[in-house]
Design a protein around this ligand. Structure first.
Ligand code: B12
Length: 225
C-alpha cells in the first residue's frame, strides 16, 4: 500500500530514535487518516520492524536497543489488535466458531510479536484462539489442548534451538494417541528461512505469515470432525 509508506518511514525513524511516544503517534495518525488497523499493522509496523531486524543482522544496532524497539512495536500492535478485536466482537454472532486453537511461543523462545499477530488473525478468521504466551513447556501445550478440546496447537519459534523443542510436543501427541484429533502447526522466522524445517520438527504444516496461517488452519481442520 503506497499511501502508507510515509507512515512506515516515520515509524521506522521513531524506532531508531527509541521514541515510544513518537512511534505510537505515527500509528495513531495512520488510523486517524482512515487506514484500517490491519493495513497499518501489515504495511507500517511489520516492515519497519523487519528493517530493524536487518540492522540487527548487520550488527548496526545493539540488542538493548532492539529490546526498546520491540517494546514500542508491542504497544503499537496491542493498540491495533484492540481495534481489530472490536470487529471480532461485533461480527462474532454472524460467524460460527471454526474450533479452538492453542497458541504459544516454543519452549525457550521469548519472541512474542509475530505470535500475537497470528492470534488476532485467527480470531478474525473465526477461530477461538487461546494464547499461552512465551516460553511454553511442551506438556502445557498438550494438556491445555486436551482440556479445551482444541483441534490445533500453533507454535511460534524464531530460533533454531527453540524450533527443535517442538519435537517434544509431537512426541507427547504420539505418546497420548492424540495425533488424529490435534494437529500441530508451526511458524516464525526460522521456518520461513528453511521451508522444510517444519517437517523435521514433526509439524503437520507451517505458514509464512498471519494471513496465510488462517488459510492453512482452515484447510487443516476442514476435514476434521
Ligand atoms: C524483536 C526481536 C527480539 C526481541 C523480542 C521481543 C518480543 N517481545 O518479541 C528481543 C530483544 C527480546 C530478542 C531477543 C533475541 N533474539 Co531476536 N529478534 C527480534 C527481531 C528484530 C524481530 C522479531 C519480530 O518480532 N518480527 C516481526 C514478526 C511480525 O515476525 P515473525 O515473528 O517472524 O512472525 C510472522 C511470521 O513468521 C508468522 N508466524 C510467527 N509465528 C507463527 C506461528 C504460527 C503457528 C504460524 C503459522 C505463523 C507464525 O506470522 C507472523 C506475522 O506475519 C528479529 C529479526 C527478524 N527479522 O525476525 C530478531 C531475531 C529473530 N532474533 C535473533 C536472536 C539471535 C535473538 C537472541 C538469541 C539475541 C541474543 N544474542 O541474545 C535473543 C533470544 C531470546 C529468546 N530466547 O527468545 C535472530 C535469530 C537468528 C536465528 N534464526 O537463529 C534474529 C533473526 C535477528 C538476527 N538477524 O540476528 N529478539
Amino acid at each position: 500500500m503506497q499511501e502508507l509508506i510515509p507512515f512506515q518511514e516515520q515509524f521506522f525513524e521513531a524506532l531508531t530514535r527509541q521514541d515510544v511516544q513518537g512511534g505510537l503517534t505515527v500509528v495513531q495518525a495512520a488510523v486517524d487518516a482512515g487506514f484500517p488497523a490491519k493495513a497499518v499493522l501489515l504495511h507500517v509496523t511489520i516492515p519497519a520492524l523487519d528493517r530493524i531486524g536487518l540492522m540487527q543482522a548487520n550488527n548496526e544496532i545493539a540488542l538493548s536497543q532492539v529490546f526498546v524497539v520491540a517494546r514500542i512495536v508491542d504497544m503499537a500492535i496491542e493498540r491495533l489488535n484492540r481495534l481489530m478485536s472490536f470487529r471480532v466482537i461485533t461480527t462474532l454472532d454472524e460467524r460460527p466458531s471454526l474450533g479452538t486453537v492453542i497458541l504459544g511461543s516454543a519452549p525457550g523462545d521469548y519472541h512474542s510479536l509475530g505470535r500475537k499477530i497470528v492470534g488476532t488473525f485467527l480470531k478474525l478468521g473465526g477461530f477461538k484462539a487461546i494464547d499461552l504466551g512465551i516460553n511454553v513447556p511442551a506438556a502445557r501445550f498438550v494438556d491445555t489442548a486436551v482440556r479445551e478440546e482444541a483441534k490445533v496447537i500453533c507454535v511460534s519459534a524464531l530460533l533454531l534451538h527453540t524450533a527443535e523443542e517442538i519435537k517434544e510436543i509431537r512426541a507427547l501427541l504420539r505418546e497420548r494417541s492424540l495425533e488424529a484429533q490435534i494437529k500441530l502447526v508451526v511458524g516464525g522466522a526460522v521456518f520461513n528461512a528453511d521451508p522444510e524445517l517444519y517437517r523435521a520438527v514433526g509439524a503437520d504444516a507451517t505458514a509464512v505469515n498471519a494471513h496465510s496461517a488462517v488459510t492453512v488452519l482452515k484447510q487443516l481442520v476442514g476435514g476434521m470432525p
